[in-house]
Design a binder for this molecule. Sequence first.
Ligand code: FES
Length: 111
Amino acid sequence: MKWIKVADGEIPKTDGIRKIKIGGKHVCIIRHGDKLHATSVRCPHAGADLSGGWCEEERLICPYHRHAFSLETGRGDPGQGDYITVYPLEERAGEWFIGMKESWLGSLFKT
Ligand code: FES
């Protein structure tokens, strides 16, 4: 796992979803209540951009067909049979870092 700093300007200051590109991937940074979450952007159902969705009861709702995904685990609601990726976020001395798996190739050339 590698930890990458999220630029302060890319963290939503109020409830909402911001799509950013980090570590070569598009990621949704989501502020919901007093928590921050990071998830994949593409809905596994039919490919909608989840950054156009919204949050309800600790779930991210897809704007196309309203599949709902846990902000904590990424698991879809019962019966959906799908899930999204949830990335770990850590605050260190007021800065936010996102944890991303290193590719096999990337870990090979790690210094
Ligand atoms: S594309 Fe997301 S629920 Fe259908």
